[in-house]
Write a protein that binds this ligand. Structure first.
Ligand code: ATP
Ligand code: MG
Length: 413
């Protein structure tokens, strides 16, 4: 893409009321627009990143046989009353609305209830199970705190996966496969080294759930890490957990601030029972389906990458989720740069081409702010020497590569 055609502009400052580093950088670099507290629109560069995060999650969900669907935001009150999750006393994040005739509706903040009811239409025998269903869908949550930029939004995309199994044993195998998929996802988006599976409070059907927590000063959670096992505990369970049971020793634990980027949870029959999701087992007996739920917020993942990997100069995107792979800067050599841009694009190398008529200083500073992994500079000197300068966003070393070799350089990497 040519930067002269990109409608967004970088800014020297973020809105005054913005306190989070991720939103400050993402707004200044033109990735997101703040509509109001906790509500952000995604602009061309930001949407490219978000879609790459979504693409990675989708691939890993498909590997474990997840089937993708898309459910509605509008929710029926009577359905949620059946599980006692309509009342504001039990769920404090509902956004509620009404039809013109007064019928109350809610805007979905999670989807156990409607999906469980939906599956009663499709599951009746042990032969129909197990099933894994997921979606990328907009959730609405009336969050009290919205000070963490795109890490805590009031309207946000969630990948929510739900599993439906015949037995607890079958559920545990699925749970383990999702857990492994989550590890891969966080590795692939560049957060693997700093993300820990973390025991958190469970529910009626399992003592613990697990959160995937990424170490970051911007985190709202406190976790306790055991480096030897790579496992952590959330503060909320530190005191009531039997540590030895979990294979952990109190004196080995290191306290860190962290962001919950994902969550996996055993639900048992908490929803299948009240909503009548039952199947006939091999002996013809009626059984309630054993469920699990597994969330990831792609926007929160993107915000966490912005927090965890950025530096003083700006954003730093891992190649897997970067809006473009190459940032090509023309410094008074537009004709040659356009030629290189066309060649890179034709070779399928995603390139943002800074063809604007602004100073070299501005181009360099904005390139650092936007955070594309490779910067290629074609200047007047390149025309004489036949060479371009290539620099990684994460390094200060500059390589010179001959103009004819640039495409091959990126193809080989
Ligand atoms: P938290 O404890 O941070 O409030 P949660 O436990 O309510 O999150 P879940 O209901 O488990 O979150 O949601 C699944 C995933 O969705 C979370 O792990 C997170 O990645 C993401 N998520 C949750 N709330 C938000 C939000 N307000 N904005 C963006 N992403 C969110
Ligand atoms: Mg949580």
């Amino acid at each position: 893409m040519r930067q002269t055609q990109l409608f967004t502009r970088t800014k020297k400052e973020a809105p005054r009321d913005e306190v989070s580093r991720n939103a400050e950088l993402l707004i200044r670099a033109g990735f997101v627009h703040k509509e109001m507290a906790g509500v952000y629109s995604f602009l061309p560069l930001g949407l490219r990143v978000l879609n790459k995060v979504i693409g990675i999650i989708r691939e890993e969900m498909n590997v474990i046989d997840g089937q993708e669907i898309s459910m509605t935001a509008l929710q029926e009150k009577e359905l949620w009353q059946k599980t006692d999750r309509w009342d504001d006393k039990n769920v404090d994040v509902w956004f509620k609305t009404a039809l013109k005739n007064g019928t109350e509706l809610g805007l979905g903040w999670t989807h156990e209830e409607p999906l469980t009811r939906l599956l009663t239409q499709h599951i009746s025998s042990y032969r129909d199970l197990p099933v894994l269903v997921y979606q990328f869908q907009t959730k609405f949550r009336n969050e009290t705190r919205a000070k963490s930029g795109i890490m805590r939004m009031r309207e946000f995309l969630m990948k929510d996966l739900y599993s439906f199994a015949r037995t607890q044993g079958e559920h545990e195998k699925i749970y383990a496969s999702v857990r492994a998929a989550y590890k891969k996802i966080f590795e692939r988006v560049g957060l693997g080294e700093r993300t820990y599976p973390t025991f958190a409070s469970g529910g009626a059907f399992s003592k613990y759930s697990e959160e995937f927590q990424t170490i970051s000063d911007a985190g709202e959670d406190l976790i306790y890490i055991d480096e030897a096992s790579g496992q952590a505990l959330n503060k909320e369970v530190l005191n009531d957990a039997v540590l030895a049971d979990l294979g952990l020793k109190r004196e080995n634990l290191v306290e860190k601030k962290a962001v919950e980027v994902g969550n996996i949870f055993t639900l048992g029959t908490k929803f299948s029972e009240p909503l009548g999701l039952i199947f006939k087992d091999e002996e013809g007996g009626a059984q309630s389906v054993v469920m699990g739920c597994y969330g990831i917020g792609p926007g929160r993942v993107m915000g966490t990458i912005a927090e965890a990997l950025s530096d003083e100069a700006g954003l730093v995107w891992p190649e897997s989720v970067a809006p473009f792979r190459v940032h090509l800067l023309s410094l008074g050599a537009d004709e040659k740069a356009l030629e290189i841009y066309s060649a890179l694009t034709a070779a399928g190398i995603e390139t943002l081409y800074d063809d604007r008529d602004v100073s070299a200083g501005e181009k360099f500073a904005e390139s650092d702010l936007i955070g594309i992994p490779y910067r290629v500079v074609i200047g007047k000197r390149s025309l004489e020497s036949g060479k371009a300068e290539i620099k990684k966003r994460t390094s200060s070393d500059i390589e010179t590569v001959s103009l004819e070799e640039i495409v091959r350089y990126f193809e080989k990497l």
